[in-house]
Design a protein around this ligand. Structure first.
Ligand SMILES: Cc1cc2nc3c(=O)[nH]c(=O)nc-3n(C[C@H](O)[C@H](O)[C@H](O)COP(=O)(O)O)c2cc1C
Length: 242
């Protein structure tokens, strides 16, 4: 099967870069055709412009957009690997979504029939790194909001199947040991995303492997938050009990 990885980080030494490389290598070892789109390296233009609208209105698709659409059309699994910036996609990735997931390609909107999703049968997996602790985002409701705005309202809207969202907290201070453990989690998530049943995302199955047990499973469908409690979180909790 074809596995498209859309990668958005300007720093080749970032943890996102390591994750992207690891995911691609593993997927290729599993026999998939891996197509990685490194948006910064490609210098992808993320601005949906007046010219774009004009071209689209005249029935044409901008060439760089058409190229991405061609890859999406042939892909069975799409993984997005990116750092969380201001609680959302980095601008270059958000712009890729704006320009590529067009009406008529990703969904069809008509006044008579409403919205018709056009990317059915494809699985989408989100993998993001962040500075804050996962607990903090879960407790504030931001995690659910992210799953809705970055996942459901984009990819499910277009008909894609949910292959989970992995949110990696406290990445800047993460030890090498924890980073290695995270890469194992990513391996597990890929195997699960490739298998027919997305067991981690399912609310009806119990975690069986150590990796699954370590992951936080929430009732909301699109989410696999890897938990890593910081000392400060533990301290805050202890203080609140006093
Ligand atoms: C522009 C910008 C915005 C950021 N916004 C957030 C944010 O909203 N939440 C958060 O937890 N971390 C935020 N961060 C921190 C990054 O997510 C974090 O440093 C990064 O994911 C670390 O992983 P990396 O090695 O892959 O870059 C932001 C960083 C930058 C540069």
């Amino acid at each position: 099967m074809q596995h498209m990885i859309v990668y958005a980080h300007p720093n080749p030494k970032s943890f996102s870069a390591t994750i992207c490389d690891h995911l691609g290598q593993l997927s290729s070892d599993l026999g998939n055709t891996v197509v990685t789109r490194d948006l910064y390296k490609m210098n992808f233009n993320p601005v949906l412009s007046a010219e774009d609208f004009q071209e689209i209105r005249s029935g044409k698709t901008p060439a760089d957009v058409a190229q991405e659409q061609k890859i999406i059309a042939k892909s069975d699994l799409i993984s997005l690997v990116f750092p969380l910036w201001w609680t959302g996609y980095p601008a270059i990735l958000k712009g890729w979504i704006d320009r590529v997931l067009l009406n008529g390609f990703a969904y069809k909107h008509s006044p008579k029939d409403g919205i018709q999703p056009l990317l059915t049968g494809k699985k989408v997996q989100l993998i993001t790194t962040m500075g804050a602790a996962v607990d903090e985002y879960e407790n504030s409701g931001l995690m659910d909001a992210m799953a809705m705005t970055m996942g459901d309202n984009v990819w499910s809207f277009c008909g894609c199947d949910d292959a989970g969202m992995i949110v990696l907290g406290e990445v800047p201070g993460m030890s090498d040991k924890d980073r290695l453990a995270v890469l194992t989690e990513i391996e597990d998530s890929l195997v699960m995303a490739l298998s027919a049943g997305d067991r981690l995302a399912s609310t009806n199955t119990k975690p069986t492997t150590p990796a699954e047990k370590k992951a936080v499973r929430k009732p909301a469908k699109r989410k696999t938050a890897l938990k890593k409690k910081s000392a400060s979180t533990a301290k805050k909790k202890a203080a609140s009990k006093k």
